[in-house]
Design a protein around this ligand. Structure first.
Ligand code: 4AD
Ligand code: MG
Length: 465
């Protein structure tokens, strides 16, 4: 039987007892005595282990000694009804091949509970734990659900470049991309500037912070597109919610105004949460029981509720009238800090909040300008425990207005000419947003730290594995 036809442990649990089976996986635990040993084997297909029963008459003690936590096995045997509590079937082993041993003297993932900090140091092994198995399976399910949602709603998946010349968010948080010899950087004739004309692309380039600008080109041709890929931010924030490399989902829609944009964001995120509830029940139950007793309830709550829509100005009024002592004081014009966002979501409204109409000074150049001359049609979706999960806006469609903002900000337009062409020819009302994939995963796994919902986190001073 070829590997493609072999059933994994998840599938074996719904098989009738009696059949011959081959099970391959990694040992979680082994216990027993001279007469019989029980091995809990996991292959990653489910949180549940398959119990392998080894009759002492068939396997000698010397051989069984090499089977310890972390070892990889191929077991041939028979699926039988289980007498023990906790599982309906188990495997009565006839033959065991040890693919790879794991010496208990140095294998770091022994049975005892490890701290999340320690597991980050052994991120190359942590997917072998129950917790990270759950998180990675949920991550996979969410990625699939994202493509499914957009595919069912008439969006095209657009691949935007990772290497770019333009800083979409204008925050100057880009990682440079260069093939220049850093020990011998070529300078211009007056020795005042770096001569990028000799660099690989003949100009200064960086890793993208967002696929939005190219996404807008797609939307103004294909109608509705989305991107889903890695983005990079060289922001030096060591927080449980920031990564230097994170995945972002960015839908961009022609003819959507800010209200359509809000409706899509709410529908999309509810669909994803419901998808997790429907398709990841066992993993969610484990995470709920182990880490976050309110996880499943919070997820159901979000699906059932209507998100509160509030303008930035209203939010500032609520915050100043609240009498709360904030670490960062609030007044009109300042960017909201996570403590303010969480106050609004967790204490004041007790549900997700969509904030709109921010002061133009704290938002990017591309947002549609309101008639008041002060605010722009941005939207942030704020979630319990997380704060901002989505950032987006209606886009400024008028060439004159976007140019005047660009001039106010003294932005260099030499590498944005192609973007401005959308406003020159066939411009249209359009909107979009970016959902931080790992922020979504924080919400649907209940994990506390964003480093624990991506296999190999990149953060300041940390790029191992
Ligand atoms: O609010 P941001 O910066 O918006 C944009 O990049 C827009 N161009 C998106 C668009 O309109 N197409 O980022 C969008 C989302 C945030 O709401 C947050 O969820 C996530 O991306 N995000 C991060 N996630 C992890 N680590 C970081 N350093 C993040 N920065 C933003
Ligand atoms: Mg934002």
């Amino acid at each position: 039987m070829g590997e493609m036809n072999r059933k994994n442990i998840q599938q074996l649990f719904s098989c009738e007892p009696g059949c011959e089976v081959v099970v391959k996986g990694w040992v979680r635990t082994k216990r027993g005595n001279k007469n019989v040993s029980f091995i809990a084997l996991n292959d990653g297909s489910t949180i549940k282990n398959m119990q392998i029963v080894c009759d002492g008459a068939k396997f000698n003690e010397e051989f069984l000694k090499d089977i310890s936590t972390g070892a990889c096995l191929c077991v041939k045997g028979r699926l039988v009804e289980s007498m023990g509590a906790g599982q309906n079937v188990e495997v009565q082993a006839d033959e065991i091949e040890i693919y790879g041993k794991a010496d208990p003297a140095d294998y770091p993932l022994q049975k005892k509970g490890h701290s999340m900090e320690f597991l980050r140091e052994i991120a190359h092994l942590r997917m072998r734990t129950n917790t990270f198995g759950c998180v990675m399976r949920i991550r996979n399910a969410m990625a699939f659900a994202i493509h499914k949602y957009f595919n069912e709603h008439g969006f095209y998946y657009l691949h935007t470049p990772l290497i770019t010349e333009s800083d979409c968010e204008g925050a100057g948080e880009m990682f440079q991309v260069t093939t220049m010899d850093l020990k011998n950087i070529p300078l211009t004739e007056d020795k005042k500037e770096v001569d990028f004309s000799t660099d690989f692309f003949g100009k200064q380039t960086a890793l993208t912070v967002s696929g939005q600008l190219e996404g807008e080109l797609g939307a103004t041709a294909l109608g509705k597109i989305y991107t889903f890929g890695p983005t990079f931010r060289a922001e030096n924030s060591n927080t449980p919610r920031h990564l230097a490399e994170f995945w972002m989902i960015e839908p961009e829609m022609a003819f959507y105004d800010i209200t359509d944009n809000m409706e899509l964001a709410e529908d999309f995120i509810k669909y994803l949460v419901q998808y997790a509830l429907d398709n990841c029940a066992e993993d969610l139950q484990f995470l709920n029981d182990m880490f976050d007793k309110g996880l499943i309830e919070r997820m159901k709550g979000v699906v059932a509720t209507t998100f509160e829509r509030v303008t930035y100005t209203q939010a500032i009024d609520i915050l100043t009238a609240s009498g709360e002592k904030f670490e960062f004081p609030v007044h009109w014009g300042t960017d909201l800090q996570s403590e303010h966002e969480r106050f609004l979501v967790e204490k004041h409204f007790n549900k997700p909040v969509i904030l709109t109409d921010f002061p133009k000074e704290i938002k990017a150049f591309y947002m549609k300008q309101n008639d008041d001359g002060k605010t722009v049609r941005g939207m942030d979706v704020l979630f319990p425990k997380i704060g901002e999960i989505i950032g987006g806006s209606e886009r400024e469609a008028s060439y004159e207005k976007i140019m005047s903002r660009i001039e106010e900000l003294k932005m260099d337009t030499s590498n944005l000419w192609w973007y401005l062409d959308t406003r020159r020819w066939g411009t249209c009302p359009h909107s979009g947003f970016g959902l931080g994939f790992e922020r979504l995963l924080l919400f649907v796994t209940g994990m506390q730290n964003i480093r624990d919902v991506i296999p190999f986190p990149r953060t300041p001073k940390n790029a191992e594995f």
